[in-house]
Design a protein around this ligand. Sequence first.
Ligand SMILES: NC(=O)c1ccc[n+]([C@@H]2O[C@H](COP(=O)([O-])OP(=O)(O)OC[C@H]3O[C@@H](n4cnc5c(N)ncnc54)[C@H](OP(=O)(O)O)[C@@H]3O)[C@@H](O)[C@H]2O)c1
Length: 269
Amino acid sequence: MSTYFKDKVVVVTGGTDGIGKALVDALIDMGAKVATCGRHHDKIYRLQSEYPSAYLHTMVADVSNENDCRRFIETTVNNFGGIDILINNAGISMRALLKDSSIEVIQKVMDINFYGMVYCTKYALDSIIERKGTIVGVSSIAGYRGLPGRSGYSASKFAMQGWLEAIKTELMGDGVHVMWVCPGFTTSNIRNAALNKDAVSHGDTPMDESKMMTAEECAARILKAVRKKKRTLVLTFTGKRTVFMQKFFPKLADRFAYKFFFKNGELVK
Ligand SMILES: NC(=O)c1ccc[n+]([C@@H]2O[C@H](COP(=O)([O-])OP(=O)(O)OC[C@H]3O[C@@H](n4cnc5c(N)ncnc54)[C@H](OP(=O)(O)O)[C@@H]3O)[C@@H](O)[C@H]2O)c1
């Protein structure tokens, strides 16, 4: 097992479910000190009861609220003395066509997926610069290819990648590493929690979650890429194929995306 993460302070936003939870478990297992947050008190309470507070700092915080992010980062620095790695993982998806949905759906997704990252990164930045640390964005294949029914989600991930690329270049002289990782379909709660046209969680998944990459494998691949200071990481065969098609055959990618997500003119996935 690598000793790279031993005694490093790692912030993982949204660590109570899915990929974030798998990142928290793997990091604590490798000797890191981890801080995480989420909106639901019961899930935070359950997670904190699994680990001593010397290894895990938790806070109920909504990353779309700037003040919550400021307090979450401040309490992490107070508890652990600083921050080496920030993994902006907290995210939410949507499944609704633009013609049916309220603007609120897109606003909510952008507030969490994009502004949540901006707030946490801004408040953690001084400490990360001091420690010549790493900033990670958990993006998606939807950050390379706009996906139907997920227009706000795709926009948030395109925005994430553009913003991180810009600050990566700004921070080159400071010795800070900035990267983004793009999971493909991964078993998690994301499709249950995805917003419907009225900005309320769907509460079900249209896909067979058991046939996807596990959150544990996804987390292991992300942590390996962080350790190796990769620029970016694209996961799963379908994910890599989509990014390739989008780059070289975008018109064909439009047709494939339509075929994958629609049946008889209806959004199915
Ligand atoms: N699973 C996939 O197929 C997949 C594919 C590509 C990219 N991703 C990306 O991977 C990241 C993690 O997703 P996941 O699949 O692990 O989703 P998940 O199982 O739904 O977990 C999301 C986590 O984020 C937290 N969260 C959501 N909104 C939040 C907010 N406003 N403030 C603070 N925490 C919040 C959730 O806790 P609360 O609900 O308690 O707040 C939960 O702990 C996301 O950025 C997602 O876009 C996932």
